[in-house]
Structure formats: C-alpha cells, structure tokens
Design a protein around this ligand. Structure first.
Ligand SMILES: [Zn+2]
Length: 334
C-alpha cells in the first residue's frame, strides 16, 4: 500500500461520521414519529433496540462506531461492491459476466452523489450512447485534445488496465463501491495499475486517440453488473453533476421503465444463456412492496411477510447493513 493510499484512507475517516450522523437522525425521527402514533406493543418491542438518540451514545462509543465505519469503507474500496458482483473480478472482460447468466436485482439504488467529471478541460459531447446502425455504442464520447487529464469519476479500484487495438485502445475499467463500473477508452497514457485504489477526481490517464477512434476523445462508459447504462441518463456533463443523487436501477426483465434500447441490448446479450429467466412477466408473481415506516427492521418485515432477511436483501440488492430511509419501498415477494 502506498503512502498516498494510507493518507487518503485516513482522510475518509470523517466520512463515516456523516453516515453515522445520518443514521442517528433517522433513528431520532423514528422515536418522535413513533410517539405521535398509537404504537402497537408487539411492534414496538420488536424495534426497541433500533431506537437510539444521539444523546444516548457516549463519545467513546461514537469514536468506535466511526472507526468501524471507516474500516468498512476501506474494505468496500478493497472489494468494491463485492457481494453485488458475487466476487467476479477478472482482468479481461469489460463485462465480467460475459459468458454467464446474470441475476439482476429487482431494483438497486446507485448512489451517484460523489460523481466527479472525468475531464477537467473543455470538452463537448460528440457521440451519445445508443445504436449506431448494427453496432451498439455503449458509452458517451467527449471530445478533448490528446494529453488532457482524465480523472476517476468515483472512488474505486482499478479492475482492468489494457490495450485493444480494434476497440478501446488504451483503456481502464474501475469498479466503485456504489455498484457502478466506469470505462475510459482511447487513452494516450495510463497512469494507474490494476488493483490500485483511486479516489474520485484522481488523475488516472491522459486522453488520446488510440484504438478504434478517428479523433481525440474520451469514450466514457457506465456499467452496472456488466450492462452498459447511458451515462447521460445518470450525469449532466455540461454542469458536471449527477441528475439525481441516487439513480434507481430497475431489472431489465420485462420492466416497462427501462427504455427500448436498453431492453434490446439486454435481450441480445443475455437471452441465449438466460431463456428461463425470460418468461413473460404475466407469469411472474405480482410484486408486493412494503413502504418503510419509522422503526421498521428487516427482521420485522421478514416475519410480517413470511420471508427471510436474506431473501429480502437479494430481492432488493441490499445488505443487512444498508441504511434504509423511511418511505423507501422494498419488494417483499418473488
Ligand atoms: Zn465512444
């Protein structure tokens, strides 16, 4: 581990404090909201351990929680979104599930709030994501002269550093703890190595015109479990910000909310190995959702709907440790 990495790791120890504060606030609201309602005794008993106010936590405990969260974040950078990717980490395929059936979560919240524009210089969007005749253009092209600094869009870890003469040219693939992978293509110089941990905004390469490219530009992709999402659907490149702090990914299977382009690409990619998964949606059980209320716990919800915490996590692409906000709908059957 480099000195820089260690220093950077120390710096993020403030981040968990924010996380922790959020959780505490949520729980505090939980308490006051609960007091205004007539509480079901059984339910309140079930949740008693979740109701904590900030004043109840001694400073030493806060420090411990902070350190633990920092440790968890460090781990999330060493093994970014590892559970989501089922530990698939290879150095060859941009889509790590190229030859496999993939089980997309029904919905998944992708936190895009820490997005940093991959370019600092002046650029223009010269080609959008979408079909180009028979070919699929899986990213957004940003025209930029050769030699400009290319930066990491989020914290993460470099999965691929490679060269593809007929395709990406010199390129990088970085996986991020929020579940996204970003791809940077046609680069002239690569400045990070495989397995390096990078921070949002870190210089990772210089722009270029290598591979299948007819002019200097950055080819930028955003992928989720190998599936290319339209970067412009996630980010406003002109203003350098995400359209929304959280982008909600919906499973492509028969979901009307995803656009036809994405559906077509998904079907083309996955139908051959995934026939049974492609059963018409009419045969699938009608989804049932539970809207999170003050004091809800995953355990309590599992009991209520006759399921398990593990199933709930899988259905919703969450972990037992995920902080769930009041009002979020989670799927409880399927
Ligand atoms: Zn491109």
């Amino acid at each position: 581990m480099t000195v820089k990495t260690v220093l950077s790791l120390c710096c993020i120890s403030l981040f968990p404090l924010y996380l922790e504060a959020q959780e505490i606030i949520i729980n505090k609201n939980t308490n006051s909201a609960a007091s205004t309602e007539s509480m079901d005794r059984h339910v309140s008993k079930l949740m008693a351990d979740k109701v904590v106010t900030k004043d109840d936590i001694p400073i030493q405990k806060l420090i411990e929680i902070n350190e633990k969260a920092a440790l968890l974040y460090r781990e999330s950078l060493l093994f970014p979104a590892d559970e989501l990717y089922d530990s698939h980490w290879d150095r060859k395929n941009v889509n790590p599930f190229k030859k496999e059936t993939i089980d997309f979560p029904e919905t998944y919240d992708i936190d895009c709030s820490s997005f940093v524009l991959p370019l600092t210089g002046t650029f223009k969007v010269t080609s959008k994501y979408g079909r180009r005749g028979r070919r699929m253009h899986s990213g957004t092209d940003l025209s930029i002269p050769t030699g400009d600094t290319v930066r990491a869009a989020f914290d993460g870890r470099v999965r691929i550093r490679d060269f593809e003469r007929r395709g990406y040219g010199n390129y990088l693939v970085i996986r991020h703890p929020n579940g996204l992978e970003t791809v940077y293509g046609h680069l002239s110089k690569l400045m990070v190595n495989e397995d390096d941990i990078v921070w949002a905004g870190d210089p990772i390469a210089l722009s270029g015109n290598t591979g299948r490219s007819t002019g200097s530009h950055l080819h930028f992709e955003t992928r989720f479990l190998g599936l290319a999402l339209d970067p412009q659907a996630l980010f406003d490149f002109e203003n350098g910000v995400p359209h929304n702090d959280v982008y909600v990914f919906h499973s492509p299977k028969g979901n009307a909310e995803i656009n036809n382009m994405l559906a077509a690409e998904t079907i083309a990619k996955y139908s051959s190995s995934n026939k049974e998964e492609d059963t018409p949606v009419a045969n699938a059980p009608e989804p049932v959702y539970h809207k999170l209320r003050a004091g809800d716990t995953l355990g309590g919800i599992a009991v209520k709907y006759g399921t398990t915490v593990g199933k709930l996590c899988k259905l919703n692409g969450i972990k037992q440790t995920t902080i769930l906000h009041i009002g979020r709908k989670i799927r409880v059957n399927g």
